[in-house]
Design a protein around this ligand. Structure first.
Ligand code: BGC
Length: 265
């Protein structure tokens, strides 16, 4: 009979090695905090603000976890490889790769410059593609397999006018997860997207600092408010554990119902 994890054991991340890109702010930071407190060994990738990473490492230690920081820009392939190598050198393996780092330009198709387009693609799609490739190779060669969790967005499927490059990249991540998830299933590597709606993180500062825009956004969300980063991180923590062993090649949304929002007209 297949071993089914006990409900509580399925949430325990004891000794799992988890890499989180963009791990020192926003949703990434919340993921580091929750998986660290559940016993994971965490590799915090970050691009800037080493002091924030140091503070986070201390915080994870106070929560009873262990973590290290690695400065790596996910849009640079040599940095990505170095991130994977450092994780393996330090903790011996990678069980879960969380591709969280992301940027957006909030530009329309009409005024997106080639530089804007390339920057968004390089971080949000190319970086995720090659982090998936490098992590999957490691997971296959270590023999135990592993899981890749991509922090996508409701906008992997739902248009956001005036944020076109972002939507294009997230749509790519949707198909990356479906296609690579199918390709790698028999090699023990599963891939799942988490699609947050609007979350109170620095990426949404411009909305949060504009009371009129914020009121409009809240009104469009059936739950009536933006998410806190911890409300996305808890979904990721579940997906990182053994309780999610039958999930692959799909997306899970935590969006307060925004994608289903309807004025009832
Ligand atoms: C985007 C935000 C947007 C939110 C809800 C996120 O993925 O980064 O700019 O407000 O989705 O639409």
């Amino acid at each position: 009979m297949t071993q089914v994890p006990h409900a509580l054991a399925s949430l325990c991340l004891q000794d799992k090695v988890i890499v989180v890109t963009g791990g020192n702010s926003g949703i990434g930071k919340a993921i580091v905090e929750v998986v660290g407190s559940l016993g994971a060994k965490v590799v915090i990738d970050y691009r800037s603000h080493p002091e924030r990473t140091e503070e986070l490492i201390d915080e994870v230690g106070e929560l009873g976890g262990r973590s290290i920081g690695v400065q790596a820009d996910v849009s640079k392939l040599e940095d990505l490889q170095q991130l994977i190598d450092t994780a393996v050198q330090t903790f011996g393996k990678i069980d879960v790769m969380v591709n969280n780092a992301g940027i957006e330009t909030r530009t329309s198709i009409l005024d997106t410059s080639p530089e804007d387009f390339d920057n968004v693609m390089n971080v949000n799609l190319r970086g995720v593609f090659f982090a998936t490739q490098y992590a999957a190779k490691q997971m296959i060669s270590q023999g135990s397999g592993g899981r890749i969790i991509n922090i996508s967005s409701v906008h992997e499927d739902w248009p956001m006018p005036n944020n076109t490059p972002y939507c294009v990249a997230k749509g790519g991540v949707r198909m990356l997860t479906r296609t690579a998830g199918v390709e790698l299933a028999d090699k023990g590597v599963s891939i799942v997207n988490v699609g947050p709606g609007a979350v109170a993180t620095p990426i949404n500062d411009s909305t949060m600092n504009d009371p009129e825009l914020l009121a409009k956004l809240n009104a469009a969300i059936p739950i009536g408010r933006m998410a806190q980063p911890a409300e996305i991180a808890s979904v990721v923590a579940f997906l990182a554990g053994n309780g999610a062993s039958y999930m692959t090649a799909t997306s899970v949304f935590a969006d307060g119902g925004i994608m289903m929002s309807s004025p009832g007209l």
